[in-house]
Design a protein around this ligand. Structure first.
Ligand code: UDX
Length: 423
């Protein structure tokens, strides 16, 4: 069992730290935010992530897991130092590596001899060199171990991954990193750092492509009178295609797809390749936001100005409380720009959201609304009393941008109903 430092206690770092401690390693997780460290040290997890709080508490109780302020305090005695710091989007679309550089240089002088620095943050090809330079150590090897964790099921994805990717020039070091995952049943792909870094971007870009593709097919379905749900059913049984990531919706978002697709476009451009296909994927996504706005306008009789629009769902997908890169917020701001008054409800959002009236329950959001817009696929929205919803609204009109509800049932209650790709 190893001593692991995890730098960064965000979604990725916290999941990594908790799961490694669950696997039996001794983990010290460092973050620069003292408040977050205090909270975590008490066993309180500030994010909604299935199973995470349980693992954090078990780790704390068993003494395998601790939280400290600062990178250096975390890395003092480690054999492996995981970098799980943010790589936000820089203004030019590239990934901003300043947190990576800062974390690596903070620990460079004090990492124990022969320790290994493992980068889990999503970084452009060649960043292993950046880490090596920031560390300034010949005896410390650097490896890349990208994460493929979906928010909401990150713990499950960590412990039951489809694959483990390790990018390292040095086979012995790659073997040491692979040994950390002992007990997990998954193929381990050991490769060079550039390939490992590319695998991460290519995977997210491909998944975003699938979603944009199905959203584009949904538009074709509307135009030709087909039903996208039937089309996906017929496509998905083809094992080369599959059913995953073919749910049409309001467009993809979140903390990864938007920045990773743009970063890959930029990486390709810098390397002399014009990634037109991926630019198209991003453009289709942007058009999808607008498509939803147009649907609301059409149901509202041509304009949303001065009208109350009820919105169900603010998070970028269900089973998370994360609002980062949420299509919902983008669509809301476009509706507001056209004069709409938004009243929103989300089961995972209780705090105030800038510029938004957030209702206490889904019914309250509908009071006096001229259109109800469903933007996140929370299961609980399926089981509400639509007679009551309709009674509260000024008009019975609904745009279901997740194809969540049964059109016939909603129409039976007198709603004008529109969805995605179902004419
Ligand atoms: C993603 C990747 O899945 C994960 O491997 C990576 O490490 C981080 O980025 P996450 O951001 O949690 O995970 O979201 P994901 O579940 O992949 O969904 C991304 C977006 O696509 C969401 O906005 C979601 O609503 C949308 N989506 C997904 C669809 O619209 N339709 C689908 O069929 C699937």
């Amino acid at each position: 069992m190893a001593h692991i430092a995890v730098l960064g206690a965000g979604y990725v770092g916290l999941t990594t730290a908790a799961c490694f401690s669950h696997l039996g390693h001794t983990v010290v997780c460092g973050d620069v935010l003292a408040d977050r460290v205090d909270q975590l040290s008490r066993g309180e997890v500030p994010i909604r992530e299935a199973g995470l709080e349980e693992l954090v508490r078990t780790g704390l109780d068993g003494g395998h897991l601790s939280f400290v302020v600062g990178e250096q305090a975390a890395a003092a005695e480690c054999e492996f130092c995981y970098l799980c710091v943010p790589t936000p989007q820089a203004p030019d679309g590239s990934a901003d590596l300043s947190f990576i550089r800062q974390a690596a240089s903070a620990v460079g002088s004090m990492l124990p001899p022969e320790s290994v620095v493992v980068n889990k943050s999503t970084v452009p090809v060649g960043s292993t060199r950046v880490v090596e330079q920031a560390l300034g150590r010949d005896d410390v090897k650097v490896a890349s171990n990208p994460e493929f964790l979906r928010e909401g099921s990150a713990v499950h994805d960590f412990l039951h991954p489809d694959r483990i990717v390790i990018g390292c020039e040095d086979q012995a070091t790659a073997g040491r990193v692979a040994a950390l995952f002992e007990g997990i049943q998954a193929p381990v792909i050991v490769t060079d750092p550039a390939s490992a870094e590319t695998i991460k971007y290519a995977s997210n870009a491909f998944l975003a492509t699938k979603v944009s593709f199905v959203n584009a097919i949904a538009n074709v379905c509307e135009a030709v009178g087909a039903d996208v749900r039937e089309v996906v059913l017929g496509m998905g049984y083809d094992r080369r295609i599959g059913f995953e990531f073919l749910k049409p919706g309001p467009g993809w978002g979140g903390s990864c797809f938007p920045k990773d697709t743009r970063a890959l476009i930029r990486i390709a451009e810098d390397a002399g390749y014009d990634f037109d296909l991926l630019k198209g994927v991003v453009a289709v996504n942007d058009a999808q936001f607008e498509k939803v706005v147009t649907k609301v306008e059409a149901l509202a009789g041509g304009s949303v100005a001065e009208q109350v629009i009820a919105v169900w769902g603010l998070t970028f997908k269900a089973r998370t409380d994360d609002l980062r890169g949420s299509p919902s917020l983008e669509i809301i701001s476009r509706l507001q720009a056209r004069g709409a008054r938004i009243r929103a409800y989300d089961p995972a959002v209780t705090d105030a959201v800038d510029g938004l009236e957030v209702a206490a329950d889904p019914y309250a959001a509908c009071e006096g609304a001229s259109v109800l817009l469903v933007l996140t696929e929370w299961d609980e929205f399926r089981w509400l009393d639509f007679e009551k919803v309709g009674g509260l609204m000024a008009e019975r009109r609904m745009v279901d941008a997740r194809n969540l509800l049964d059109p016939a049932a909603v129409r039976r209650r007198g709603f004008a109903y529109d969805a995605i790709g179902r004419s």
